[in-house]
Design a protein. Structure first.
Length: 198
């Protein structure tokens, strides 16, 4: 009887561990797909999947997300094709118990109210200006232009041959009052902050 009880306890622990590992493993599988699954999914689709997972692994300051009915707003600047795919990817989905919505912005649009800001490579010339506009608010900034993370952005998509990966600037994350899970940090290339921020 004692042995059975021990086995039951071990099985329960296994279920709990499995639950904790399930999402990290899904993210790791996304990384593998980025490296090997280009025939099955376009790069834009993969970036959309990554971005949704980034939200899962991010923590905002208390009250920053508002009431449960308030959406997490992903704002996209400079890449309408990405915004269109992302809209389809997050339609009807939630994160942190909030609905997730996509807003398309042009370069002159006010960026307040954006919980996540994706800056497309077409905006690389104004990258630092756009990042500065959200530096005083808890906005997770994500980009896909060369040097985005080093110049003050938080997460930057990278490509090394056939592999899609991402960089993280932990200093920029801390300055915005955000936190990223250690599970996400383990999968990223951590880069120094050359933006001059403290």
């Amino acid at each position: 009887m004692a042995l059975l009880s021990h086995n039951q306890r071990a099985a329960a622990r296994g279920r709990r561990v499995h639950g904790r590992l399930r999402i990290p493993l899904l993210l790791a599988l996304l990384c593998a797909s980025a490296a090997h699954g280009q025939k099955q999914a376009s790069e834009v689709s993969l970036k959309s999947a990554f971005l949704y997972k980034f939200i899962y692994y991010a923590e905002w300051p208390e009250q920053a997300l508002g009431a449960v009915a308030d959406p997490i707003a992903i704002c996209v600047i400079g890449q309408d094709a990405f915004a269109e795919v992302l809209e389809g990817a997050v339609h009807g989905r939630t994160s942190h118990e909030h609905p997730v919505v996509v807003r398309r912005l042009d370069g002159s649009t006010e960026v307040s109210g954006c919980h996540v800001l994706f800056v497309g490579s077409l905006e690389s010339a104004r990258m630092e200006q756009i990042i500065a506009r959200v530096s005083a608010q808890p906005t997770l900034t994500i980009g896909d232009a060369e040097g985005f993370a080093r110049r003050g952005g938080m997460i930057n998509f990278t490509r090394r041959g056939a592999r899609l990966g991402f960089e993280i600037n932990r200093g920029a994350v801390r300055r915005a009052g955000l936190n990223l899970s250690s599970q996400l940090l383990k999968l990223a290339e951590l880069v120094p902050d050359d933006s001059g921020g403290n």
